[in-house]
Design a protein around this ligand. Structure first.
Ligand code: GL4
Length: 833
């Protein structure tokens, strides 16, 4: 394209502006006719959604183009966020909100006989992620765009995202969720952005000793862009997701014509598989070749794209400039292959020597660790790696060799530990492995954890010897959440009140301003308004539960919510055991005593990994307890237990604003950070929780009086486990009582024995109750009593609720991303004029 093409060849198009609802309506009508995916002459709510989205997309594309052009001209250092997961949820509300066009679209749809509320419900969640890690990546994109950072996200375009959860009498059932069934209105396919991606093959050595990876299967990665608008800025960045395909010339027409139909489409089938499903990677092990292919597809395509942009913008290439123009952040170890791939491109394709390539690679790559759970630390078989990626395996082995030499030379006292530190784990000759986290720590210039406690655990435990080698690499970046999606748009009522009392809406991009609410925390007027907004959110959520789940809940009860992936360490079991204790207690009360209790609705939501049997038993127990409690006429006015099926981003956007109490009760030291804890606190929901992950920092910020704390501390956990093993633990009688009650078949005859035994005898993790449910049970019950006492004092509760929001400023992902940008990436703002 000629350099002045952007000025002359592309005609300017008028796009919707705030206040012009007629223009917006006309634009929607235009799209209902010309960009429709449906037959004409119909404009029902689904068509209205697609036409509205197409209209919004126009505005996004225009801004996206301007942003790209601006970045291209300014040529700043760019950051690339590589993640196997992005949990985007719905986009419409967020997009029109960020564009400042919410009112215009609402008015336009009214003119067309529709209601924005209903229209937005038509959108499917884009669930290309499992849980917190994927949602964090999506919050980061929102902040990067809002902060005008030259940044891109890179991911994969899975056909089936996270499974759909259905709760039946058997418990959880999983179904594939085809978010692309009627195509996504937000993506832009880029047929001019494709790269070859090789698998298998062999390494050839030239006469001059240069190595080249040849042969094998070559697929093609095709780019799709999802525009990510910033709030209050023109900057609109990209989430670029790759789809694997086979170029037409690789279709074996001869075989097909010869009747060998299946043989002819073999490669296409293999390509389809790569992007077919999101792996349930959240803290679980999956030793599949396909997963490694996915990881390589992401890394290879993204790096080729980064290189092509670097070359396009540079003219004459000085490779040492690369780290001044490119920062790559690895979201956990899933994109670790970016390390050997970058080395390979620099050495084999560009002809650099090892040392130069290594300096460039390590100054470019940074790594975030998101978990210390041993089963989630990825290890790949060396045999599989060598077969699928032979050249990468060579490079990884060389990195390992040089690491050993370095340790021998500089830190001989570590030699006895070297085997455990190496990138290659050769301890079992039958099963040699590559430790991906070690590859990251050895290669990257920055290693960060996601909350203060977690980052300390990385330094003192998981990576302690690496820390002694390279203390300067290690740093903390406490997670955050975007205040746009998680307060401004999901709770417009509360937002309006905050804006009114702070006399500014600048808190939406400067969340620290929320601290200005502190001085009004005891103000009667504010408390009343606050209470009314929370109640409105509770009513809205109750309506949803009735409509979608078919359960009736009373908005006058205390809404107590635990929503997150189901995992033993997150201890939904602790929660439900205490609910059972509450049920028994209420059942045994006189009617007068009952009338004096605080009525509660305890809600659970979350998906269990399909083969995680204990987690599925927990889901089953919650629903069985619900069936008994909710049908007990004496108890149900005072206690209800609800399992919210198919928890996803959209459900969270309804549940969190409605919550008054939320549970973040993991065994101390096991939840790296948590991010829903931040969303709840931001929405004025009080937390009952342990000293784990970001809970610790939240409690510091909002004040310890405003947090219901209980449980063992991370430092004590190893000792407590040991004592438990030695039979020194004496369980609380109430704990025994609850287990006996379940064993008495009070909740049906499902086999709960494996759950109960895990609290007592042997588990897969070693001697029983690894997660210290019994240990923390009495303290938890006491904290719950405190919750009830406090809730009876409405003024006090409201004050605590306001102070929770007021203290949440730190937990904006804008703060987190600014820290990444300044302290790791060295990337500055680049705002589109
Ligand atoms: C997680 C952690 O479990 C969670 O605590 C953290 O908030 C999140 C984002 O940093 O990352 N790690 C994995 S694996 N899944 C997560 O959700």
């Amino acid at each position: 394209m000629a350099s002045n093409a952007s000025e002359s060849a592309v005609p300017a198009i008028a796009h919707p502006t705030p206040g012009d609802s007629f223009g917006v309506a006309a634009n929607i009508v235009y799209h209902s006719q010309f960009s429709s995916r449906f037959s004409p002459f119909k404009f029902e709510v689904e068509q209205a959604f697609y036409a509205t989205a197409a209209s919004v997309k126009d505005a996004l594309v225009q801004r996206w183009n301007e942003t790209y052009k601006h970045f291209h001209e300014e040529d700043p250092k760019q950051v690339y966020y590589l993640s196997m997961e992005f949990l985007q949820g719905r986009a419409l509300t967020n997009a029109i909100g960020n564009l400042g066009l919410s009112d215009a679209y609402a008015a336009a749809l009214t003119k067309l006989g529709h209601d924005l509320e209903n229209v937005r419900e038509q959108e499917k969640d884009a669930a290309l992620g499992n849980g917190g890690l994927g949602r964090l990546a999506s919050c980061f994109l929102d902040s990067m765009a809002t902060l005008d950072l030259p940044a891109w996200g890179y991911g994969l375009r899975y056909k089936y995202g996270l499974f759909k959860q259905i709760i039946s009498s058997k418990g959880q059932e999983e179904y594939a969720e085809d978010w692309l069934e009627k195509s996504s209105p937000w993506e832009i396919v880029r047929h001019d952005v494709t790269y070859p991606v090789r698998f298998f093959g062999e390494v050839q050595v030239d006469s001059d000793g240069r190595r080249k990876w040849i042969g094998g299967e070559v697929m093609q990665a095709l780019a799709y862009d999802i525009p990510i608008p910033g709030y209050n800025t023109k900057n609109t960045i990209s989430l670029r997701i790759w789809e694997a395909r086979v170029p037409a010339e690789d279709f074996d027409l001869y075989a097909f014509n010869a009747g060998k139909h299946e043989e002819a489409v073999q490669l296409q089938l293999k390509a389809d598989q790569i992007c077919s499903v999101l792996y349930p990677g959240d803290s679980t092990e999956d030793g599949k070749l396909l997963r490694l292919k996915q990881q390589y597809m992401l890394c290879s395509a993204s790096l080729q794209d980064i290189f092509s942009r670097f070359k396009e913008r540079r003219g004459a290439i000085s490779w040492d400039e690369f780290p001044n123009k490119v920062a790559v952040q690895l979201n956990d170890t899933h994109p670790t292959l970016a390390i050997p791939e970058l080395m390979r491109i620099l050495m084999d394709d560009e002809g650099l020597g090892w040392d130069q390539a290594w300096n460039i690679t390590s100054s470019t790559i940074a790594y975030t660790n998101h978990t210390v759970l041993p089963e989630a630390l990825e290890k790949w078989s060396q045999v599989v790696m060598a077969k699928l990626l032979p050249r990468h395996m060579e490079i990884i082995a060389e990195i390992d060799k040089r690491f050993q030499v370095l340790v021998a030379r500089t830190r001989p006292e570590l030699e006895s530990k070297l085997e455990a530190l190496q990138v290659l784990d050769n301890s079992n000759p039958e099963k040699k492995l590559v430790r991906m986290a070690h590859l990251c720590v050895v290669s990257a210039h920055s290693v960060n954890g996601v909350a203060e406690l977690h980052s300390e655990i990385l330094k003192k435990e998981l990576f302690s010897d690496f820390y002694s080698l390279w203390p300067e690499k290690f740093n903390n970046k406490t997670n955050g959440v975007t205040p746009r999606r998680w307060l401004r748009f999901c709770s417009p009522e509360l937002s309006a009140i905050i804006t009114k009392w702070l006399r500014t809406d600048k808190w939406v991009t400067n969340l620290d301003l929320l601290s200005g609410l502190r001085e009004f925390a005891e103000n009667k007027q504010l408390q009343e308004e606050w209470n009314a907004a929370k109640l409105a959110n509770k009513v809205r959520f109750a309506d949803y539960l009735l409509k979608v789940v078919g359960v009736e809940v009373n908005p006058q009860t205390l809404f107590d919510i635990q929503i997150k992936r189901i995992h033993e360490y997150k201890r939904q079991l602790l929660n439900i055991l205490s609910v059972i204790y509450r049920y028994k207690t209420i059942k045994e009360m006189s009617p007068e005593e009952r009338a004096n209790t605080v009525p509660r609705t305890v809600m659970f939501g979350g998906k269990a990994f399909a083969t995680y049997a204990q987690a599925k038993r927990i889901v089953k127990l919650v629903t069985d307890v619900g069936a008994v409690v909710n049908n007990d006429p004496n108890v149900s006015p005072h206690l209800k237990v609800v399992f919210i099926p198919n928890y996803n981003v959209t459900v969270a956007e309804l549940a969190i604003p409605a919550s008054e109490l939320s549970q973040h009760i993991s065994t101390a030291g096991m939840e790296a950070s948590g991010t829903s804890n931040m969303k709840f606190a931001l929405n004025g929901s009080l937390i009952i929780g342990t000293l784990d992950g970001a809970n610790i920092e939240i409690r510091e910020e909002i004040g310890e009086d405003n947090f219901f704390l209980f449980g063992a501390r991370a430092d004590d956990v190893p000792r407590l486990r040991k004592e438990r093993e030695q039979g020194k633990f004496v369980p609380d009688p109430r704990f025994e009582e609850v287990k006996d009650f379940i064993r008495s078949k009070a909740f049906g005859d499902f086999d709960y024995e494996p759950l109960l035994e895990a609290l007592e005898g042997d588990t897969g993790y070693g001697r029983g109750d690894y997660f210290l449910v019994g240990q923390d049970f009495p303290g938890y019950l006491d904290a719950q009593d405190k919750v009830d006492e406090t809730y009876k004092n409405r003024a006090k509760w409201m004050k605590m609720s306001i102070l929770s929001t007021a203290g949440s400023g730190k937990f904006s992902s804008d703060r987190t991303i600014s820290q990444y940008a300044n302290e790791i990436w060295q990337v500055g703002q680049c705002r589109v004029p």
